[in-house]
Design a protein around this ligand. Structure first.
Ligand code: B1M
Length: 211
């Protein structure tokens, strides 16, 4: 069995220890970090996602799989963020209020650091006030909002409105993303950019920072 398949299967079983060890082993074998991420970790999480949808697994199993995913991501992180240059700009990043999903957000953050940006990660379940405070305090070029639920994506609009009310909207680019978010939705709520994945989010953030 290929090591990437072994990573995917260990993740589905929720074995953080095995995922961590196999991720390291794959790196030692010279497998590209992007392949380990996409064909190992994300492939496993994709299968868990489908089973979750079909009620074949439940929240506890998904949480354990997410913990295993983090174990793998922690090993990959130094490779994904290798940069060594002075940051080209700051990003305030967070998962919006009511939403506890952080794997995608963390990946977006890692890729942005890898693209040369400094990332201030506010975490999950972040209320609009905290985004506004962070913009005042850190003066970032970009605010990046993640939402994974159809019930929380509207919170991205709430944050944009709060930035407007605080008179801060014009000084930042707002980027939105997350599984239920679309280009059309992003335009509708007045975001500056929608990107479908972490790599393109980092690419667009870099363009904004250098503009
Ligand atoms: Co949740 N969950 N979950 N969950 N969960 C989903 C999102 C769901 C699609 C599962 C399903 O039914 N198929 C579904 C949402 C349905 C909907 O609203 N459309 C769902 C649900 C319903 C729920 C609960 C309501 C379940 C319940 O309690 N009954 C609950 C809600 C809790 C809450 O947030 N208030 C819940 C809870 C959880 C756990 C806590 C158990 C766990 C999260 C653990 C954690 O994050 N630490 C969890 C997980 C793991 C998932 C799935 C299985 C995997 C999500 C994930 O991490 N994917 C997910 C099903 C799925 O996605 N297939 C599901 C991997 C990650 C890399 O992808 O986050 O999409 P993703 O990020 C991508 C892109 O979206 C993008 O880049 C990333 C990769 O390149 N991206 C951005 C993300 N943010 C971006 C920002 C950007 C740009 C791109 O710019 C700023």
């Amino acid at each position: 069995m290929g090591i990437l398949l072994e990573i995917s299967e260990a993740l589905q079983k929720g074995s953080a220890k095995v995922v961590g060890a196999k991720t390291q082993e794959a790196l030692n074998q010279g497998i590209a970090p992007a392949a380990i991420l996409n064909d190992g970790l994300l492939a496993g999480m994709g299968i868990i996602g489908s089973k979750f949808k079909n009620n074949e697994v439940y929240v506890p199993e998904v949480l354990i799989a997410a913990r295993a995913m983090h174990a793998g991501l922690n090993i990959l992180k130094p490779k994904l963020v290798e940069t060594g240059v002075k940051p080209i700009g700051k990003v305030v990043l967070g998962t919006v209020k009511g939403d506890l999903h952080d794997i995608g957000k963390n990946l977006v953050g890692m890729m942005m650091v890898g693209a040369g940006l400094e990332v201030i990660d506010l975490g999950i379940d972040v209320p609009k006030e905290k985004f506004v405070e962070a913009v005042k305090e850190h003066q970032p070029k970009i605010v990046a909002l993640s939402a994974l639920l159809t019930t929380t994506m509207s919170e991205q609009r709430v944050v944009i409105e709060a930035l407007k009310e605080a008179g801060l909207r014009d000084q930042v680019k707002v980027m939105v993303g997350g599984a239920p978010v679309t280009e059309t939705f992003a335009r509708e709520i007045g975001a500056d950019a929608y990107t479908p994945d972490a790599a393109s989010a980092a690419e667009v953030a870099k363009q904004f920072a250098l503009a």
